[in-house]
Design a binder for this molecule. Structure first.
Ligand code: F6P
Length: 566
């Protein structure tokens, strides 16, 4: 239950001298003209000054619309927003999720065993609890991966179906896809949508005798997940019976559920009510937000698919980025700078969206994952004390892997009227190093990543276009004005540790932005109304009394449905 009185109000950031200084600086830059070409020419140290390294990743921020003065003023703003105090509070597991009066402590999920006993939150030894569950998951995964864990008919598990939605789905899917080149355990499928097409497609071709279902839900009340879990239970039992693999005795059904269903939740009572043996349930805690939970038991499918060592590497990547974020001075802290540069674009330039463009096909769900992380966290219009926000919040994140995006929406990024800051993510090594007719295909790929960031930053002048013999009237259409900002994130290879760093990077960027805006990045009240209305409206699809209670537009749509429904 939340506190009856509001917490201490956040800093009124837009009224601070630091904000005003940035506004003046922005006006001055606009007046004198922003030119990355000029800034690069004038300052031979620019790349060096704006390059950063974390344990696995190299960052080049030089193609952003910033000068030394911009960075200085952004760091001042970061300090004025008291982010450092708030960061300390988050790393101590304080209740900074104000509207739900909950601790925010996902950073404990990746703390090593040596930290047991050091972080007591709400009376619990959080790190001890984390490792207890991790050990239980590793032991379970070993049994499944080795074939010791058998289904109801004595066959080992070949496929895992993970059922969850939002934070109980997007992280596991994204990481499963990202690491797929090195799959060593059962293949995983993920069911999230309540659209029955999703589960219908995901169980197609599966043998229930060799399938393990994981029901992942923090609350264990989410309509989509519970409905999908019920459908999965029905499918499993029905198919086993039809195949003659089990009889229809309640004992055999209970045994089948016990052998083929496990759960991940904070609500172990509801897990038991569903019929899943609590022995086969893996817990987590209220201090882990759904979208910050992939490194908790929510990632169980990943341990089954990739094993303990890979998951531990992933956790250590997260933890290394935590240490970096916590311990690096703001002026040289790439997490802080990326967040503050995002604020620079969002609040001073008025750039509303932000593209994340991984040059790695295995990261094809990364943007979808980031959308929940960033937009469910920071898409808010009131601050953590209930007062209205004072400036624009919540950038709109989107993206697709390169080079596919190049042939789709990059036109707008290069020449459109709405500039889009971009994060490019690439790796020096490919999981599939292939030579085609003497050409290293990965080099062709990387050439594209480098070319895009260069074209965006430096463009192409009218004179350069003319020099190619272009008719004068077509020249404007072929000019690239440049000064389109981007950050390049380069890694050695996409491995579990790097991925952990990358995810934690964006978690902390989201955190910094949220604090500067004064919002609670850890609640998500904005998803509630739709859930409530769906419960109220669904009966109107077939019930006249419920239909009469709807607004005119909803009624008209339902009338269309009733006529169209076969
Ligand atoms: O509806 C939004 C949300 O609450 C997310 O924040 C969460 O990740 C998702 O639903 C799933 O919730 P649960 O894990 O409780 O099923």
């Amino acid at each position: 239950m939340a506190n009856a009185v509001p917490p201490v109000a956040p800093v009124d950031i837009t009224t601070t001298p630091e904000w005003k200084a940035l506004q003046n600086h922005y006006d001055a830059l606009q007046a004198e003209g922003i030119s990355l070409k000029k800034w690069f020419a004038e300052d031979p140290q620019r790349v060096e000054k704006l390059s950063f390294d974390t344990s696995d990743l190299h960052f080049d921020l030089s193609k952003n619309l910033v000068t030394d003065e911009t960075i200085r003023l952004l760091v001042n703003l970061f300090k004025a927003a008291e982010v450092e105090d708030r960061r300390k509070a988050m790393f101590a597991g304080e209740h900074i999720n104000c509207t739900e009066d909950r601790a925010v402590f996902h950073t404990a999920l990746r703390r090593p065993k040596e930290d047991i006993g050091k972080y007591i939150v709400d009376g619990e030894d959080t790190v001890a609890n984390v490792h207890e569950v991790l050990d239980k998951m590793y032991a379970f995964a070993d049994r499944v991966r080795s074939g010791e864990w058998k289904g109801v008919t004595g066959k080992p598990i070949k496929t895992v179906v993970s059922i969850g939605i939002g934070g109980s789905d997007l992280g596991p899917v994204m990481i499963y896809e990202a690491l797929k080149a090195n799959l060593t355990g059962p293949a995983c499928r993920f069911v999230s949508n309540i659209d029955p097409n999703d589960i219908a497609e995901k169980v197609k071709g599966l043998d229930p005798e060799t399938t393990l279902m994981i029901v992942v839900s923090k609350t264990f009340t989410t309509l989509e997940t519970i409905t999908n879990a019920k459908m999965a239970r029905w499918w499993l039992l029905d198919t086993l019976r039809k195949n003659g693999a089990i009889d229809d005795s309640p004992e055999k059904e209970a045994e089948a559920i016990a052998k083929h269903f496990v759960a991940v939740s904070t609500n172990l009572e509801l897990v038991a009510d569903f019929g899943i043996d609590p022995v086969n349930a893996f817990g987590f805690w209220n201090w882990v937000g759904g979208r910050y939970s992939v490194d908790s038991a929510v990632g169980l499918a990943l341990i089954l698919a990739y094993g303990k060592d890979v998951f531990e590497e992933l956790l250590s990547g997260f933890h290394d980025m935590d240490l970096y974020f916590e311990g690096t001075p703001a002026e040289r802290n790439v997490v802080v700078l990326m967040a503050m540069i995002n604020i620079w674009y969002n609040n001073f330039f008025g750039y509303e969206t932000h593209a994340v463009l991984p040059y790695n096909q295995y990261l094809h769900r990364f943007a979808a994952y980031l959308q929940q992380l960033t937009m469910e966290s920071n898409g808010k219009s009131v601050r953590w004390d209930g007062s209205p926000v004072l400036c624009g919040t919540g950038e709109i994140f989107w993206g697709e892997p390169g080079t596919n995006g190049q042939h789709a929406f990059y036109q707008l990024i290069h020449q459109g009227t709405k500039p889009v800051p971009c994060d490019f993510i690439a790796f020096a090594n490919s999981d599939n190093p292939i030579q085609c007719e003497g050409q290293d295909v990965h080099e062709l790929f990387l050439g594209n990543f480098l070319a895009q960031t260069k074209a965006l930053a430096f463009g192409k002048t009218a004179d350069e276009v003319r020099a190619e013999g272009t008719p004068e009237w077509i020249v404007p259409a072929r000019v690239f004005e440049g000064n389109r900002p981007s950050t390049s994130i380069f890694g050695t290879e996409l491995n579990p540790h790097t991925l952990g760093e990358l995810i934690a990077l964006y978690e902390h960027i989201t955190f910094v932005e949220g604090i500067v805006w004064g919002i609670d990045s850890f609640d998500q009240w904005g998803v509630e109304l739709g859930k409530q209305l769906a419960k109220q409206i669904t009966p109107a699809l077939h019930d006249d009394e419920a239909l009469a209670a709807q607004d005119a537009s909803t009624r008209a749509l339902i009338e269309f449905y009733r006529k169209a429904r076969k």
